[in-house]
Design a protein around this ligand. Structure first.
Ligand SMILES: [Zn+2]
Ligand SMILES: [Zn+2]
Length: 142
């Protein structure tokens, strides 16, 4: 039997074949792209509008627009005081993404050193686990 990776689309709940990257189905992805384009074009022409107006004019919910910003797809320019996005870590006003530069830097550093530690310890662990396993077998044979 071939194991198909079927998931529920995060957007519409329909089952679709998960490709390991996209959490939403093809139809929703297309829709999402179109929504994104509309928001981007609208913001380009009306950079001073607030989130509510952008949402109403483009018929894209605020939640989605926020998501584009969080994903770094959209960026608030200096001329768009109407849209507020804050750093998820310290709450500072940011233009795009989830964290301000400082927090992103700190988090990046934390992730990297954490990963290095994990890498090293997992290598050590697997070899010692292997040795332990061998001694286990030897004990049993005795
Ligand atoms: Zn869908
Ligand atoms: Zn921050």
């Amino acid at each position: 039997m071939i194991a198909l990776n079927i998931r529920n689309c995060k957007e519409c709940g329909k089952l679709f074949q998960y490709d390991g990257v996209n959490k939403i189905c093809y139809g929703c992805r297309k829709q999402d792209e179109e929504d994104f384009k509309r928001v981007k074009e609208f913001l380009y022409e009306n950079p001073k509008e607030t989130m509510t107006v952008v949402s109403e004019e483009t018929e894209v919910c605020e939640e989605k627009i926020l998501r584009y910003l969080r994903q770094g797809k959209l960026e608030i320019t200096g001329d768009s005081p109407g849209i507020l996005l804050d750093c998820e870590s310290c709450g500072k006003a940011i233009r795009t993404g989830r964290f301000c530069e400082k927090c992103a830097h700190d988090i990046g550093k934390g992730f990297r050193s954490g990963f290095d530690r994990r890498e090293r310890s997992s290598k050590r662990d697997s070899s010692s686990a292997h040795k332990m396993y061998i001694t286990e077998i030897r004990k049993k044979r005795r």
